[in-house]
Design a protein around this ligand. Structure first.
Ligand code: ADP
Ligand code: MG
Length: 312
């Protein structure tokens, strides 16, 4: 696509001005330039979305642009970092101007909301693949790592309910609910918990964002921190729709195992809970015994390699 590549980048991916003052040079040179504030560390993450694997071929390009940035912002949020800049590697089967226009619009809306700039990228021809790298900063030594959880820490999740995106996916696949707008919006247009990540940075001991479901994501904190955990099923926050879904299907594992909620799961020492200043719910506690256990209706089950198993 050599002939139109520069015109395409100019038209869809070059902003008239940079909005974040740390960005010194944006799209158009061999490299972009970012100023790194004294006493800070850069937080860097990348995520790729492949058509047919991570999104449906008919997916709305504006929502794709938003979501591509949102899933990367969620990783920055989990570290307690502030977003600064993004680079975009685009692989396109063809130049579809209407598609590019909508995709760029969605990306730019999310970039504006979180005060970051698209400062560079790469454009190639091939099967539709969207890859975005995101850079942010955090004061030196203050990033919230997965390795900081201690025995006795309490486990919290942000937001008003788990499993919302999972139910949204089920609706996309044909499951019927009353008023599907909320779960569809959570699935297509997740709001990254950047504000929450910045607030909990001063008191959370460990944090991860929920991309695969708490039953699998929390294992990463347990692994890196060399601890175990007990979740309390009755404390998991659930929307009315999720409660109805579970009542109808008996699929109580969905809020634990469905992905893409992009809420934060963090741990905090009990003597810091008075500092909590975000919408969140305590769902469990860190224990010394390795592994992840879930208590439900008085029965404790362990989550093993093959999924849920009765705990004995
Ligand atoms: P080079 O050959 O030096 O790597 P390119 O010709 O690939 O440069 O890109 C020209 C400029 O356009 C560079 O500044 C690059 O970062 C930017 N760019 C290329 N593709 C994209 C894209 N999809 N989104 C944003 N910027 C892009
Ligand atoms: Mg070059």
């Amino acid at each position: 696509m050599a002939v139109s590549e520069f015109a395409l980048i100019q038209r869809f991916f070059t902003a008239p001005a940079l909005r974040n003052p740390l960005n010194q040079l944006g799209v158009g040179d061999d490299c972009a330039l970012i100023k790194i504030p004294v006493g800070s560390e850069m937080a860097i993450t990348v995520d790729t979305m492949v058509e047919g694997v991570h999104f449906f071929p008919a997916a709305d390009p504006e929502l794709l642009g938003q979501k591509l940035l949102a899933v990367n912002l969620s990783d920055l949020a989990a570290m307690g970092a502030s977003p600064v800049s993004a680079t975009l590697a685009l692989t396109l089967p063809e130049v579809n101007e209407a598609w590019l226009q909508s995709f760029a619009k969605g990306l730019n809306q999310m970039a504006e909301r979180y005060n970051l700039d698209l400062i560079g990228g790469d454009t190639t021809r091939g099967p539709l693949t969207l890859s975005l790298q995101l850079m942010g900063w955090v004061p030196e030594g203050q990033a919230i790592k997965r390795s900081g959880a201690s025995v006795g820490d309490l486990i919290y999740v942000t937001g008003s309910g788990l499993g919302e995106a999972g139910l949204g996916l089920k609706v996309e696949q044909g499951y019927t609910v009353n008023n599907p707008e909320q779960v569809l919006n959570k699935f297509h247009n997740p709001e990254p918990r950047i504000i929450e990540g910045l607030k909990i940075r001063s008191y959370a001991s460990a944090c991860i964002d929920l991309s695969d479901g708490i039953a699998s994501d929390l294992l990463h904190i347990l692994d890196k921190s060399q601890v175990g955990a007990l979740l309390d099923w009755e404390k998991i926050p659930l929307s009315l729709q999720l409660k109805n879904y579970i009542q109808q299907t008996a699929d109580w594992k969905l809020p634990l195992t469905a992905g893409e909620d992009y809420e934060l799961c963090f741990t905090i020492s009990p003597d810091r809970v008075d500092d909590l200043d975000i919408v969140c719910t305590q769902v469990g506690v860190i224990e010394s015994q390795p592994g992840l256990r879930i208590q439900r209706e008085g029965v404790i089950q362990a989550l093993g390699a093959k999924g849920f198993e009765h705990f004995s």
